[in-house]
Design a binder for this molecule. Sequence first.
Ligand code: ADP
Ligand code: MG
Length: 138
Amino acid sequence: MIYRTASDAETIALGERLARELTGVVLLIGNLGAGKTTLAKGIVNGLGAAAPDEVSSPTFTLIHEYGEGRVYHVDLYRLDEAREVATLGLDDMIAGGGLVLIEWGERFPNLLPPERTEIRIHPVGDDEREIEVIRLPS
Ligand code: ADP
Ligand code: MG
């Protein structure tokens, strides 16, 4: 499925709608400023785990948890080594049944479960985004 949004508010609204169909590991893929964290705000809100304003980028903290294990928001931007990622406990988050949203997860392909959703965000103009949802294996 490919969606198009024309503002950050529309991307949040799309995340709210997508939230209920998402399970397991969801990679949020796109360059800096594409809108990965903005989409996460909508997904977290759509699950009733936290309001969009309460969702901030986990770039420095690595992991934010919302709704007591219902949603994890992970950012691997600052990690370089697979063994660093291995210490985060992604497997436990998944095993606990939480939704695990990961920014920059595609940098560590060997650590990802084959069954996952990839959401690819492509900037089209200043404020337009093409947002593609891909379920693997397809
Ligand atoms: P990322 O996490 O991918 O680095 P952010 O979500 O933190 O990106 O930032 C996206 C930036 O782009 C924000 O400043 C947001 O206001 C802006 N923006 C403009 N149009 C959109 C849109 N359609 N969807 C998402 N963000 C948008
Ligand atoms: Mg981000």
